[in-house]
Each structure stands twice: as C-alpha cells, then as structure tokens.
Write a protein that binds this ligand. Structure first.
Ligand SMILES: *[C@@H]1O[C@H](CO)[C@@H](O)[C@H](O)[C@H]1NC(C)=O
Length: 235
C-alpha cells in the first residue's frame, strides 16, 4: 500500500510538481496545461528546447481557448504568477508573444526574477488579433522549467475617430494673379459739344447812300383849255 503510493508519486513527480504557476492572464486549461491552474507542470529538461519557442511547441499540448484578456494593440499586460515551491530563479522567467500568422514566439521580457511575482509587458503597436502569451520559468537548480500559455484578444486600434472635420484649410487658392483690370479708359462720355451758337453773321451793313435820289418829275403837258369851251360869263 505504502509502496504503491510511493510508486505513483514517483511516476508523477517528473511531470507534475508544484513550483510556479501563471495566474494572470489566466492560463489555458487544455491538455497538460489543465494542471497549470493547480500546481504547475515541471518539464524536466534543461536547457529549454528550441521546440518550445516554435509555433507547435510553445505551449506544450494545450490549445487556444477563449481570450483570457482583451487588450488594445500597443497596450500593456500585467502578468502575475505564484511560486508553489521555491527554487533559485536563474535564468528566470521569460515572457513571449506570438501573433496570428507568426511561427515563432517573440521574447518580450527575459530573465525576470521569479520572486518578483509580476511583470508588465508592452504589446507592439502594430499587431493585433488572437495572440498567445507564453510564460515560462526556467530554473537550472530545479533542472527544468514551467510553462503556461494564455490567449489574448489584441484589438487593433480603432480607426482614428474621424477627425472632426477640421475645416480643412482650404487650399489657399493660388491667387491666380487677377489680370489687373485694364483700366478701361473711362470713355469720357463725349459731351456732345454744345454747338457754339454761331453768331448769326451780322448782315453786312448796307452802306447808306445819302445822295438824294432825284426823281425826274415828268409833268403832264399843261392842259390848255379849248377856247370853245370857255364859257364866258354873260353869254
Ligand atoms: C476581440 O475583441 C473585440 C472587441 O471587443 C470583439 O469584437 C471580438 O469579438 C473579440 N474576439 C474574440 C475572439 O473574442
């Protein structure tokens, strides 16, 4: 009875010993990682195999689940963990990220002292989508490492709110040099020249001839009465 209990303990010891676990953002609960929420999984190998930083091996056998955290691209993520069995930290805790389409994790923080129990990582500004955060504590003294992954929903920055239409500075219309208005020479309204009243030509003064016109008087021949006609008084 005791013997079998020791045997089963020994069988588990290589995989499931409590040393450190990821608390936040919450780790996956699928595959071997399901125990991460309990004691943590020691992967008894050292150094950390390169397969762990590849897309396939970075999270042991866990699969992506619902996002544990939604965060904006370029934001920061506080990562927290707990130590269940202390060991010397070195080389320490490492945090890496993998975004959709990427085949490798990118280390964003490394060699963190496990006793810090927390670290804040900054997300790159230009990446978004369902990202995977990998948390790992490697401890040489313990001869192995602990790994846990968490799924993050990294949201793309909202399309900049339409800038309140700053009355876009109207492109200063190239002041097309206005053709200087040809000063239309003001046509001085031709004042119909007031006809200078032609002084009626004074009739040339008729030279006054004072010489008395002597009209020849033609006197009728004096009528001499006929003697016969003379009536004498008394006759
Ligand atoms: C990620 O967050 C955005 C914004 O809140 C949401 O619309 C989207 O459905 C989320 N994606 C997932 C897989 O939860």
């Amino acid at each position: 009875m005791l013997f079998s209990a020791v045997l089963s303990l020994a069988a588990c010891a290589s995989l499931a010993s409590a040393h450190a676990i990821l608390l936040s953002p919450a780790g996956r609960t699928t595959g071997t990682q399901s125990s991460v929420s309990g004691e943590g999984i020691k992967i008894p190998r050292f150094p950390v195999p390169s397969s762990l930083v590849s897309a396939s091996g970075g999270c042991v056998d866990s699969t992506a689940g619902a996002p544990a955290l939604t965060v904006a691209a370029g934001g920061s993520v506080p990562v927290k963990w707990a130590i269940t069995i202390p060991h010397q930290s070195d080389p320490g805790v490492r945090i890496a990220l993998r975004f959709p389409g990427e085949t490798q994790f990118t280390i964003v923080k490394d060699k963190i002292n496990v006793n810090d129990l927390t670290a804040t990582v900054s997300l790159p500004a230009g990446k978004s989508g369902m990202a995977t955060l990998q948390w790992m504590w490697a401890t040489e003294e313990d001869g192995g490492f602990y790994v846990a992954c968490s799924d993050l929903n990294v949201t793309a920055p909202k399309p900049a709110p339409k800038p309140t239409p700053k009355t876009a500075p109207k492109p200063t219309p190239k002041t097309a040099p206005k053709p200087a208005p040809k000063k239309a020479p003001k046509k001085a309204p031709k004042k119909a020249p007031t006809p200078t009243p032609k002084a009626a030509p004074k009739p040339a003064p008729v030279p006054v001839d004072n010489t008395p016109i002597v009209m020849p008087v033609v006197l009728p021949p004096a009528q001499v009465p006929d003697a016969s006609e003379i009536v004498l008084p008394g006759q």
